[in-house]
Design a protein around this ligand. Structure first.
Ligand code: NAD
Length: 341
């Protein structure tokens, strides 16, 4: 039987997870829940997704006026599901947890929630097994997902003594009018280290990591400079060979002439990817170096809107136990979503 998935919260992340669920042969979408009608609800209704209202007493008349049919309340939707993917805004997931507990449904939270809300934080490559059979799991944020993928791959092969990361973060998503900065560079937070290092440790507790982050006026992607001192002394070629084993680590060859995040997103458009999503870590191959002291260095760009999508799909398989082998789940997800092509 296919796993019945409900999407509670249908914004930047939720709409992508819904589409990704639709592309899996072992899952079905029970529906999506929204707080009000808008262009995203319009498209969802055209895709034929059953739409449920978060607060039907309040939202019902608005949906009616917009001519969008609702199938019931989000509680009705959740009751029909085997698992809920909560993609509500930061902090709301924690409130929604009470609903999932009351209805006895397992749920996945996103990176905007604290680790403690779920008790288990997830990255498919790094700790798939920990999510098997769990009631609540958090898929870590876009930046933490990108870091876990890379650090896990390098740590497994060569041992990471210490990771040091500078993150240059997009000010807001393309459809976000309220965030910024509009002009300037914001150390965010000024207090060091930034929360990203401890967040990586919720998945990879043994990794020694220091992070600093800044926000800049761009919406397309984040950029990381990653430095890691390694326990072994691999050659650059050995490092590249390891990175090539992971489809979610995309090595950008220099001849592609991808010079900045704008080109990376344009590549997504050229590929005809849905919403130009680059779900892989975009690692500039030329930047991957191993210096005289045996330290790894690289630049990677992270598409904040989409890199967590395959991880949510794998997390559904792990929690429901329909696939106990993380590598198999990742391969299945990658194939269904066109990752690594
Ligand atoms: P978003 O604002 O784009 O979408 C959230 C949606 O949830 C909106 O449609 C909103 O109307 C709806 N909503 C509000 N209250 C709700 C409720 N009580 N129940 C159900 N739905 C409700 O937010 P987003 O960017 O998709 O972020 C969702 C989560 O994913 C957050 O935890 C965020 O930190 C995390 N995340 C975001 C990004 C990113 O870059 N956008 C990347 C990784 C993780």
């Amino acid at each position: 039987d296919k796993i019945k998935v409900a999407l509670n919260g249908y914004g930047t992340i939720g709409k992508r997870v819904a589409d990704a669920v639709m592309r899996q042969d072992d899952m079905t979408l029970v529906g999506i829940a929204k707080t009000k009608p808008d262009y995203e609800a319009y498209v969802a209704s055209h895709k034929g997704y059953p739409i449920y209202a978060v607060d039907p007493a309040k939202a019902g008349p608005k949906f009616k006026a917009a001519g969008i049919e609702i199938a019931g309340s989000n509680l009705d939707m959740i009751k029909k599901a085997d698992i809920v993917v909560d993609c509500a805004p930061e902090g709301i997931g924690e409130e929604n947890k009470k609903i999932y507990e009351q209805l006895g449904k397992p749920a996945i939270f996103q990176g905007g929630e604290e680790h403690e809300v779920a008790g288990t934080s997830f990255n498919a490559a790094a700790n798939y097994g920990e999510a098997i059979g769990k009631k609540f799991v958090r898929v870590v944020s876009c930046n933490t997902t990108g870091l876990c993928r890379l650090i896990y791959a390098i740590d497994k092969a060569f041992g990471v003594q210490k990771a040091r990361v500078v993150l240059v973060r997009r000010g807001g998503d393309p459809n976000d009018a309220k965030r910024g900065p509009l002009n300037g560079i914001v150390p965010d937070p000024i207090q060091l280290p930034s929360h990203h290092g401890p967040d990586v440790q919720t998945v990879l507790p043994h990794i020694n990591i220091e992070t600093a982050a800044m926000k800049v006026p761009t919406t397309l992607m984040h950029m990381h400079f990653v430095n890691m001192s390694l326990k072994k002394r691999p050659s650059r070629e050995e490092v590249l060979d390891v990175l090539r084993q992971w489809p979610r680590l995309w090595l950008i060859p220099s001849w592609y002439n991808i010079k900045f995040t704008g080109d990376a997103i344009e590549f997504g458009r050229e590929l005809g990817r849905s919403r130009n999503d680059i779900m892989e870590n975009a690692i500039w191959e030329e930047s991957v170096t191993v210096d005289k002291e045996g330290e790894f260095n690289a630049f990677q760009a992270i598409h904040q809107e989409s890199d967590v999508i395959p991880e949510n799909i794998d997390c559904i398989r792990a929690m429901t136990g329909i696939e106990k082998d993380g590598m198999k789940s990742m391969a299945k997800t990658n194939k269904a979503l066109g990752i690594g092509n």
